[in-house]
Design a protein around this ligand. Structure first.
Ligand code: S6P
Length: 619
């Protein structure tokens, strides 16, 4: 443990990683760097995978190290101070709910978290018979709750329009734009809009890169880059007309997969800040101590969660086996834990090119429980059927031994209903697992215990707190569930050969960020120039060895559109570059390989291959 630590930590956070040293993958922002801890993620067994991802999650709580680059961390004074300042401004909104609003906005996972958070705090207000004053925006609209709509995040104008629409008639809006990588054009458009209307809007940016690492290419069809917007926002900090909350939490365990640490850190940071604002409403002043007290409860949640590492590893192994046999993972959750399950399932699609049927989430009460703006979306197609009734009616009849069913609930949920569902599922598969949250002193009834072979039991301490504080337990349970599911699905897809080292290598290129990530992964694995990598990526997207002038002159948005109809674009480009073979040869090699990972691994060892940057740097 380092001597510089200021706070007594609940968990043992790892020592600072090599990623903090000057020069480590210098051209990349923290959110896109590869985490030195997980460099051999693809060779790990389930227990090691859990341990590695556990340590990565613990980095969220690591403190700033003055001996290294001066990255601000969650516990840094400047971050705590900004959290306090923003909390005070939230208080002002809470005092005048009729013409004020707190808007939370994001894309992908960040958008789903905006929904979860807005609903939590509206729920908190409603419980006090106060007017709800939170609202959420997600790029792609409510469809993005249950399906991946990555392309809509590239549109800054749309972001601004949506914001203007939800804020119509309001005099005081606190806008919280979440972009973990400080990269989403949709959020840039909204921040820019706020800065042009500072009489009404107070813009707050939440993300996990320093401003100097915010995305720097000019947004297509717009006037600025994300970085320019963030820099403008930074200048408003001293006058308290705008804020940036961007502690470093370290690179993701799976490079770039911001649904993992980025999502968890968003939840921790914003729930802490907002809870303090609500407590302060009852005349408790906003202090660093209040913030720290809550942050510590999340550290505790990390400890409680990963005390179940063995069982988490078993669930991961079971899931990987199901996926390998072309089976599925069905996640059935109660209350907001169901939404956490849906969030995790949806993300498997863009991150691992999974079919939407592979991992699916269901929630008790369907859309009614989610309380989304657009109401019931189930008429949009089978993908949008998300209630337990939908599961029983449409999915259960075809469930078999190859499938895994995971139930997630608390002991305060309807245990009779749960028991009945368990019995129905058991008629179809014995692979049934449970995540069960209890408060100290509560026990799972024997009748249920006997019927479920494997239970991940998490017991949370009783919190003798005032009304607002009682929400902490709900937040802990959600985060703990998120950590387990992130680890299980990321680990299962790693075991299925979808990761090479710690790079996602088979993701859908369906927005500009992902196009740039694909080029960057290509460069890192092959050591070839940016220009050459872009060229081969385009060959793979268009399936043509010779690129026409028309293709070369197409915008990135055009390439992204073309990539949408192709599969395995990145793996084909990687193998083609490593082997100096045609796109067609590469594709047939991949198609006949055991997994994407094995196709890349065997191409790495081709005689005479030029060593890649990654090879020379760190292996
Ligand atoms: C990440 C996930 C994406 C992101 C989205 C927003 O694992 O696949 O859906 O959440 O791209 O990213 P950001 O950096 O703006 O929060």
């Amino acid at each position: 443990m380092r001597g510089t630590r200021k706070y007594q930590h609940v968990i043992e956070t790892p020592d600072p990683g090599k990623w903090e040293l000057a020069g480590y993958e210098e051209s990349l922002p923290i959110s896109e760097k590869s985490n030195p801890m997980t460099r051999e993620l693809d060779k790990a067994d389930p227990s090691q995978l859990v341990q590695l991802l556990r340590d990565c999650d613990a980095e969220i709580f690591q403190e700033e190290d003055e001996n290294l680059i001066h990255y601000h961390r969650l516990y840094s004074e400047s971050v705590l101070k900004t959290m306090g300042d923003v909390a005070k401004r939230v208080q002002e909104v809470l005092k005048n709910p009729d013409d004020s609003l707190v808007v939370l906005s994001g894309c992908g996972t960040s958008g789903r978290l905006a929904l979860l958070l807005a609903n939590s705090f509206n729920g908190l207000l409603k419980g006090l018979h106060k007017t709800p004053c939170y609202c959420y925006i997600m790029s792609g609209g409510d469809r993005s709750i249950v399906t991946s709509q990555e392309s809509s995040e590239d549109n800054p104008q749309l972001g601004a329009q949506e914001l203007e629409k939800v804020c119509e008639g309001k005099k005081n809006v606190l806008f919280i734009g979440i972009s973990c990588g400080l990269s989403a054009p949709f959020i840039a458009g909204q921040l820019d809009f706020c800065m042009r209307h500072l009489d009404v809007y107070l813009p707050v940016l939440v993300g996990f890169n320093p401003v100097s690492m915010a995305r720097n290419e000019r947004i297509e069809g717009w006037h600025s880059s994300f970085r320019q917007v963030a820099e403008r926002l930074q200048t408003l900090h001293d006058s308290q007309k705008g804020f940036i909350l961007n502690p470093a939490v370290g690179p993701e365990g799976v490079s770039g997969s911001s649904r993992m640490k980025g999502g968890s850190a968003t939840k921790i940071l914003l729930e802490t800040l907002l809870l303090v604002a609500h407590k302060a409403e009852s005349n408790v002043p906003v202090t660093e101590k209040c913030l720290l007290e809550i942050l510590r409860t999340y550290e505790r949640a990390h400890k409680v969660t990963y005390s179940q590492s063995k069982k988490i590893a078993a669930l991961m192994k079971q899931t990987a086996t199901s996926l390998q046999k072309k089976g599925h993972l069905y996640i059935l959750g109660w209350g907001t834990l169901g939404l956490v399950g849906i969030m995790d399932a949806v993300e498997c699609v863009p991150t691992y090119q999974a079919d939407w049927r592979d991992v699916r989430g269901f929630i008790t009460g369907g859309y009614h429980s989610i309380e989304n703006k657009e109401g019931d979306l189930s008429s949009l197609g089978p993908q949008f059927s998300i209630s337990h009734e939908d599961f029983v009616k449409n999915v259960l009849p075809s469930v078999s031994e190859t499938d895994t069913v995971l139930l997630i609930f608390t002991l305060d949920d309807d245990l009779n209903q749960i028991e009945k569902l368990v019995a129905l599922v058991k008629e179809k598969t014995s692979n049934i697992q449970v995540i069960c949250h209890a408060t100290a002193g509560q026990y799972l009834p024997n009748s249920l215990k006997k019927t479920i072979p494997s239970i991940i039991g998490l017991t949370w301490p009783i919190l003798f707190l005032e009304y607002e504080g009682a929400f902490i337990q709900k937040f802990q349970r959600e985060l703990s569930t998120k950590w387990i599911l992130d680890t299980v699905t990321s680990g299962a897809y790693t075991l299925r050969g979808k990761i090479f080292r710690n790079f996602m290598v088979d993701f859908k290129i369906n927005n500009s960020k992902l196009f740039h990530r694909a080029t960057s992964v290509l460069q890192r694995l092959t050591g070839q120039s940016h220009q050459r990598c872009t060229e081969v990526l385009l060959q793979s997207i268009y399936g043509e060895q010779t690129l026409s002038e028309q293709i070369r002159n197409t915008t990135i948005a055009g390439h992204v559109e073309a990539a949408a109809s192709q599969d395995k674009v990145l793996p084909v480009a990687i193998v083609s570059l490593l082997r100096s073979c045609t796109i067609q040869d590469s594709r047939s090699r991949i198609n006949s390989s055991l997994s994407i990972r094995s196709a890349i691994e065997s191409s790495m060892n081709v005689p005479g291959r030029k060593r890649g940057a990654e090879d020379s740097e760190s292996r």
